[in-house]
Design a binder for this molecule. Structure first.
Ligand code: FMN
Length: 233
């Protein structure tokens, strides 16, 4: 499994989780076989303003690499600065375009961006121009069932220079409820050439195997640590 020029040991990744995926958590998941771990999302604007608490969230150590650092935001100056900054910390800059939280979407960030694909394109281009490592993007299917844009967004994101796309198979209006739609994830996989990482409802080795086989995605992202042995394939 490769993202840009970065070779990964396997294709089972730990999902970013605000307030949960701190350094000790990520190290435990790494020890249990995660091929790639993600920091929780950090604000690109907070990094631009030099916020010390935000910088502390990005504490890392050599044992956990390769590491994907996730940023969120929609201000292009902040994205440019944060992409440069986190390129010095991790091997991947991941941009959050899926967070459903009101305090994030009210600023036009996270999943709200899926209603503004022109801005999505500008953000990805800005990140790619400023990062010195591969840029990836994590999206949802769309804002709501009336606005399913995952395929269209994925094509735009690929064209803008991203090296991989993660798709969480829910809309913003679903938050974390209902079933993730792996058929839509499969459609995204079929519509782009860069690696696609599928995410949603993977709770066991069996789920992982089924998701990989049915959707043909390049990797899966799980919210809990699944040991490599438990995958049973
Ligand atoms: C407590 C919590 C915090 C989360 N924080 C983030 C985050 O910082 N960035 C992100 O992209 N997704 C975040 N997510 C979403 C997960 O990465 C994942 O996409 C989602 O849980 C869907 O997978 P699941 O169906 O296996 O739970 C969070 C989810 C939870 C439950």
């Amino acid at each position: 499994m490769k993202i840009g020029n970065l070779e990964l040991e396997n294709n089972i990744f730990l999902a970013p989780m605000a307030g949960i995926t701190d350094l000790p958590f990520r190290l435990i998941c790494k020890e249990n076989g995660a091929g790639l771990v993600y920091t929780e999302m950090v604000s690109a604007k907070a990094l631009l303003y030099g916020d010390e608490k935000t910088k502390l969230l990005l504490k890392t150590c050599k044992e956990e690499h390769p590491l994907a650092v996730q940023i969120f935001g929609s201000d292009l100056d902040a994205i440019a600065y944060a992409s440069k900054y986190v390129s010095q910390i991790g091997e991947i800059v991941d941009i959050n375009m899926g967070c459903p939280a009101p305090k994030i979407v009210k600023n036009g960030d996270g999943s709200k961006l899926l209603l503004n694909l022109d801005l999505v394109e500008k953000i990805v281009k800005t990140a790619v121009e400023n990062a010195s490592v591969p840029v990836t993007v994590k999206i949802r299917l769309g804002w709501d069932s009336e606005n399913i844009v995952a395929v269209e967004a994925a094509k735009i994101i690929e064209k803008a220079g991203a090296s991989a796309i993660t798709v969480h198979g829910r809309t913003r209006s679903q938050y974390y409820s209902g079933q993730a739609d792996w058929n839509m994830i499969k459609k995204v996989k079929e519509s782009v050439s860069i690696p696609v990482i599928g995410n949603g409802d993977i709770r066991s080795g069996r789920d992982a195997k089924k998701a990989l086989e049915q959707s043909n995605v390049d990797a899966i992202m799980v919210r809990k640590s699944i040991s490599w042995e438990s995958l049973d394939f």
